[in-house]
Design a protein. Structure first.
Length: 164
């Protein structure tokens, strides 16, 4: 498999996972969005997925800073919830940021860089594997959110085959 074949496939599937997460956020019934009571609230699970999408696309913590109004508090080992419930519009804007960053990151990926070690001390993997790990993390949370929508009695969004 050539590098171009790999990155084209990775990009299509990564963007599909991001699109599925976005559809879940858009489809969430207002009364399911949640509060600040627990870390398993719908809005918080969506935020967590978006935060780590952004973080892992940075490939290291060095210089990583999420866009406002988000902070680095998600990295705090004490498991602190954000100061307030983020709105659907704020999370959809963060999703667009992550989608654009994904495209730019994968477009710049070279074979040499893909084989380098990632910059997160809790992950002993290459940059290439980091991107697959990140894709799986996004898809995990998109599926989790879709299940919550279904259990709430609403219709979850449909599967996305490939992102554009």
């Amino acid at each position: 498999m050539t590098h171009t074949t790999y990155t084209t496939a990775l990009r299509g599937q990564f963007l599909a996972a991001i699109d599925m997460l976005g559809r879940s956020i858009e489809s969430c019934p207002a009364d399911l969005w949640g509060s600040r009571v627990t870390a398993d609230e719908f809005w918080y699970s969506a935020f967590h997925a978006l935060f780590y999408l952004d973080c892992y696309l940075s490939e290291t913590l060095d210089g990583f800073a999420p866009p406002p109004p988000f902070t680095l508090d998600e990295l705090d080992e004490r498991g602190l919830l954000p100061d307030r419930v983020y709105t659907r519009d704020e999370l959809l804007a963060y999703l667009r940021h992550g989608r654009d960053k994904c495209i730019a990151t994968l477009d710049a990926l070279t074979p040499e860089h893909a084989s380098a070690h990632c910059g997160f001390d809790w992950l002993d993997i290459s940059i290439a594997e980091l991107h697959l790990y990140n894709l799986r993390h996004v898809q995990h949370h998109a599926a989790q959110l879709n299940q919550r929508i279904r259990l709430h009695g609403a219709t979850p969004p449909r599967w996305v085959r490939r992102g554009q």
